[in-house]
Design a protein around this ligand. Sequence first.
Ligand SMILES: Nc1ncnc2c1ncn2[C@@H]1O[C@H](COP(=O)(O)OP(=O)(O)O)[C@@H](O)[C@H]1O
Ligand SMILES: [Mg+2]
Length: 546
Amino acid sequence: KGTAGAVGEIAEAVKESNARKKALPAAKEAEEEQPVKAGKHEEPAAPADTAVMDRLRSGITVGGWSLPNINILDKIAETIISDSEIEKRRDTIEEALSSYGVEAKVIEINRGPTVTQFGVEPGWDRKFREIREKDRDGNVSTRQEEVARTRVKVERINSLANDLALAQAAPSIRIEAPVPGKSMVGIEVPNTTFGSVGLRGVMESTAFQKMLAKSRLAIALGKGAGGETIVGDLAKMPHLLIAGATGSGKSVCLNSIICCLMMNNTPDAVRLVMVDPKRVELVNYNNIPHLVSPVVVDTEKAIMALRWLSAEMDIRYKRFSAGKARNIEEFNKNRQPSECMPYIIVVIDELADLMMAAFDEVEHALCRLAQLARATGIHLIVATQRPSVDVVTDLIKANFPTRMSFALTSQVDSRTIIGSAGAEKLLGRGDMLYMPQDVAKPKRLQGTMVGDAVIERLVNFWANQRRQEAQPVQFEDVAQAGADGKKPAEDELLDKARQLALESKNISASYLQRKLQIGFPRAARIMDTLKEEGFGKEKGAEKGDL
Ligand SMILES: Nc1ncnc2c1ncn2[C@@H]1O[C@H](COP(=O)(O)OP(=O)(O)O)[C@@H](O)[C@H]1O
Ligand SMILES: [Mg+2]
């Protein structure tokens, strides 16, 4: 390979920079801040240092809950690659390409936290002819005359990825050819010092604040290869599938999403269901009041949780129809915060464990939840280290349009997740390819990160506001009721019919017949169920239509 030495060097540099960061005292902003006056709220359930708690409050209270201050998050100093290094790299790229006979010029440089993107414009492939000329004195001279030129093929630059990596002494180089919207080839070279992206920095960006003004489920994703902040709206995603080899940054990513939601949402607005069969990452959140039930660590119980969610979804549909709303946003409009229907975010760290336990049921439950979530406000975030087809099935892929891929071990895995190669070239530690819905090409970004100390602080902040009267949901109870055959085999089109019923005022058997392309008896049966659930009551249109 020959790059091993260089990899070692980079690893050293990374270690050094980490050591330097550790040496810095943890951000103490929280303590310098003037204590903000806390609004009225209930006494903490557990004895807490009130002075500390006061400083951590933002002063914003919603429905009796106080939201945390941004100072609860650490400020992370971001490393920026130096100009001299950039120039050196640019020169090596141009030289290396020309040594392989490729004319190319670096026309744009985008500095990211972990990689720098050099935008290369392909030059020309020229063909020459030698011309011999005799001057008056009889001296013969030759000169070259260009006879034809064609653009350098993008594939030629693409095929030089490994050679370029060698020239740059970089562990790996990803080439984006072409960069969407630009006439250049992007060559992404890892920086010698690794730059973490803190949650706080991204949350303070205008991009994030704008997103948050539109959606409470705004999440701070990271920074792109040009250093730009990338944010997302979980409500629009509406589900997220995260893949990556062990140690590539999945759990860090889940943590930062959870923390981001906890920064901006009270338990009245967002509830969480967490499944962590490995019992390592998410159990830290056990005391936050956002949890519907303590973090689920065994697979049996996880399956019950999925059944509970399914039942909860049905209940929500009934409440919508009673409240004449089509979806959660309409339902919550003009309601007091404490009377709102909360969003439910389901976080699963390691899908493979669940799929192994009950393949059919889990796949079916996830897909059903996924299909109907947008209206009901139930969103899934699912992570896995095994992107093989027995875990990430076609059905699951079809229902999780937004994907994130951290470093993967093979091109095949990369194709499974993002539909193209590239994730095998990622550097690990939060370096990812983000593929939002309806986008043809994934975007490379460095994911946000929250330290363990911050998570602990945030968990304590919320745990102190936990209310005694709130009882955790017992997933088993609902799941049992469902399993006892109280609900006989449902028509598989029922969910679709419910949606139609919400969208249309004139729901009727013949309408269903037309829309779902089914026979009348089946449509009538579905209509009966819908009527039992309270749909289509206000009009009585079904009678006239029959
Ligand atoms: N976004 C990130 N920024 C900085 N370091 C990261 C980031 N993501 C992961 N890391 C580093 O990589 C290690 C492994 O990440 P982790 O999320 O536990 O991996 P996984 O869950 O995929 O096995 C972390 O302990 C951390 O040191
Ligand atoms: Mg993990």
